[in-house]
Design a protein around this ligand. Sequence first.
Ligand SMILES: CC(=O)N[C@H]1[C@@H](OP(=O)(O)OP(=O)(O)OC[C@H]2O[C@@H](n3ccc(=O)[nH]c3=O)[C@H](O)[C@@H]2O)O[C@H](CO)[C@@H](O)[C@@H]1O
Ligand SMILES: C=C(OP(=O)(O)O)C(=O)O
Length: 446
Amino acid sequence: MSKFIVRGGNVLAGNVKVSGAKNSVLPIIAASLLGEEGVSIIRDAPPLDDVMTINKVLESLGATVTYDREVITVDAQTIASCEAPYEWVRKMRASFLVMGPLLTRTGYTRISLPGGCAIGTRPIDQHLKGFEAMGAEINLGQGFIEARSQGRLRGAKIYLDVASVGATENIMMAATLAEGTTVIENAAKEPEIVDLANYLNGMGAIVRGAGTGVIRIEGVEKLHGVEHTVIPDRIEAGTFMIAAAATGGNVFVEGAIADHLGPIISKLEEMGVRVEIQENGVRVMADKPLKAVDVKTLPYPGFPTDMQSQMMALLLVSEGTSVVTETVFENRFMHVDQFRLMNAEIKVEGRSAIVTGGAKLSGAKVCATDLRAGAALIIAGLVADGTTEVTGTHHIDRGYVHLAEKLSGLGADIWRITEGKEAVAEKTTVPAQEELPLFKVQPTWA
Ligand SMILES: CC(=O)N[C@H]1[C@@H](OP(=O)(O)OP(=O)(O)OC[C@H]2O[C@@H](n3ccc(=O)[nH]c3=O)[C@H](O)[C@@H]2O)O[C@H](CO)[C@@H](O)[C@@H]1O
Ligand SMILES: C=C(OP(=O)(O)O)C(=O)O
């Protein structure tokens, strides 16, 4: 049992460095399964629990994965299994991203169904629709999804009913080794999609249009390992920017790419925060009372759902009433009840939350109901009177590297207690690899 203890009242100041993006590195590691020749080297890979989990998935498939000081190497020349086990897939939805690479490389895959999770039901129909359009046969049963193709997948035109990040990535990866051209319409445009496309192109794929609503992929026969540096995490950057603004601070967020943070910068400026864009990062300065603003989450380049709860924490201490509308996930207001424990006044009406600003937040015992809710509660703790204890730290460890140390470096009074001791989890190594059978899976059509 572990928890963060935050004593509110300190103004954040100084410099904080952003780690590599969780939502880039996870699909990139999955894409490494496409490398039939050579080894991939992935730099700026953050030491997150999610990264360790996907590495375990790859190891369970027979790839050799090493992790050392934010550098991952993946040797996927030999694949021993096409089945991603429940043990790992249940821990993290992004494990499902191995389906596209495995299916296109070997013609068969069986993956445990990723469960629904706290923030919404999160169906995978668009991923499956894409694979089917490319000629795969899909079977569901006993908690697994099985996909097989007779011969190589075939390029197809696929219109996504929702601009799903995961479906765009999975289909894009599957299309790299398909026969002919695949066109994904209404594709997601997130910077992480562009990072993945760059990685795939480095492996020898031909992907064009990533970052726009139409992505075109020409299938090739074979891909190889490549060296790649992951982009900085825009959500982590945004979290520090909001923490700085909430405390009336002056913080330089090193590595933040302003182009990826458009809606966050705009909203902060509307509220009266000064944001200075520099070559290697973004400075946030808040030296006067902040104004309430309305926020609506949307797919990129709209306001990210992954920043909604942190933004709500900031709106709680701004002047006036704000309306926060969540359009991406149907159940992403669970932090509201936790904020209420801290004396917040928030009314939820359907997909909108009406936030009464000017709250005198008071420290309380609260629980992180998901990853970003955890960060938001810590931000609220930074400005609350007294002490806040945040449990549910396993959610936070999925997506933030050394959060307590980074905030302490900015002057926050925050520490972590693990099993009664003052400690901070260090996660820099992948647990020892279990013995795996080393036979090579051949494509079903070979
Ligand atoms: C590892 C990763 O990159 N995670 C991010 C990714 O999640 P993820 O890729 O799971 O999110 P999606 O973009 O797929 O989901 C967006 C919406 O589409 C719906 N949907 C999705 C797929 C599908 O087949 N059918 C369907 O209806 C979902 O239920 C949701 O309402 O994008 C989300 C939206 O920006 C972020 O919050 C997550 O942090
Ligand atoms: C929802 C998130 O991630 P995931 O899709 O990995 O659950 C997130 O990063 O906030």
